[in-house]
Write a protein that binds this ligand. Structure first.
Ligand code: SF4
Length: 302
């Protein structure tokens, strides 16, 4: 049977094979995995004390030009390992046995059908911990519905408000519109946040949606528009995670807008935190001022 891919808003109609043509995400149909490992650098309700069981997939349907994991997200590492749904399920169970708090599938929506099968397979074989979808927000609602009932936590991005900005930085002028529709669907699936507070010093998210916003240098007003929208529509039904770790990507000098060649102004980040507080959001995470740089990146294979 021929497979034609329209999983994401790119709507490539690609056959997803090397010989017959890959789509924008440069990913073949079968999931390609770069790294499987516990990760301790997510929000505290995700990483907890024992880490989050991350599975990092290769390729990305958004493909921001400033991506910190550029080689992996643009399908250039050449080190991805093809894995079937059954093999992925094995890895989730192995991570569960290692003691992590959850399974964290990172940038996998271009493999959504196989990912859905892998979660079903793992559940049938004894996977008990929550499964988190760690995604870019540039999704089709119909693809998210393949995961209905399988995902406990969405960790999604809301990257851009302005269509001009998303067009320049990700070739995705419809990003904000698509991300808003997708976020409604994610919240429909997860409902409001549910915490496990057994360990009072370290509550863990069992169900719910966290929306991450990576603040970009020189784009304070775009960030404020995003917060206006998120708080007015959802308020504390979601967590908002404000990230300051933008790092100018090495090797792209001259290809980026000038403001993205710098790190984020601390003053602008503090202003955005104050703005979120003034809007009345309580469920929020912010990062320490020294989170910038590559130190917190996991050890990917390039
Ligand atoms: S998942 Fe990849 S091939 Fe499919 S529509 Fe999106 S970018 Fe194109």
């Amino acid at each position: 049977m021929e497979y034609i891919c329209n999983l994401c808003p790119r709507q490539c109609n690609a056959l997803r094979t090397e010989s017959e043509g890959l789509g924008f995400c440069k990913a073949p149909y079968l999931p390609q995995v770069n790294l499987i490992a516990p990760h301790y650098g997510e929000e505290p309700v995700i990483s907890g004390r024992r880490g989050s069981g991350t599975v990092f997939f290769e390729g990305c349907s958004l493909g921001c030009i400033f991506c910190q994991n550029y080689m992996i997200s643009h399908g250039l590492s050449g080190k991805g390992k093809a894995m079937t749904a059954e093999e992925l399920a094995d890895s989730y169970l192995m991570l569960q046995d290692s003691g992590v708090h959850n399974i964290n599938l990172v940038t996998f929506m271009h493999y959504a059908p196989e990912a859905a099968r892998s979660i079903e397979c793992a559940r049938n074989r004894g996977l008990k911990i929550p499964v988190a979808a760690n995604i870019s927000g540039y999704e089709e609602v119909s693809t998210l519905r393949m995961l209905d009932g399988l995902i406990d936590i969405y960790l999604t991005d809301m990257k851009f408000y302005s269509s001009a900005l998303s067009s320049d930085l990700a070739h995705a002028p419809s990003y904000f519109t698509k991300a808003c529709l997708a976020l409604d669907e994610m919240l429909r699936q997860t409902g409001d946040p549910v915490l496990d507070e057994t360990d009072p010093g370290c509550p863990l998210l069992l169900r719910g949606t966290i929306v991450r916003h990576l603040m970009l240098p020189g784009n304070l007003f775009d960030s404020k528009h995003i917060l206006d929208y998120l708080v007015s529509r959802y308020n504390d039904r979601i967590y908002i995670s404000l990230m300051n770790q933008y790092t100018p990507p090495a090797g792209l000098e001259g290809k980026l807008p000038p403001e993205l060649g710098k790190t984020l102004s601390e003053d602008h980040y503090l202003k955005l935190i104050s703005y979120l507080e003034e809007l009345g959001q309580t469920n929020a995470f912010v990062q320490e001022s020294d989170a910038s740089g590559n130190d917190f990146l996991p050890a990917f294979k390039y």
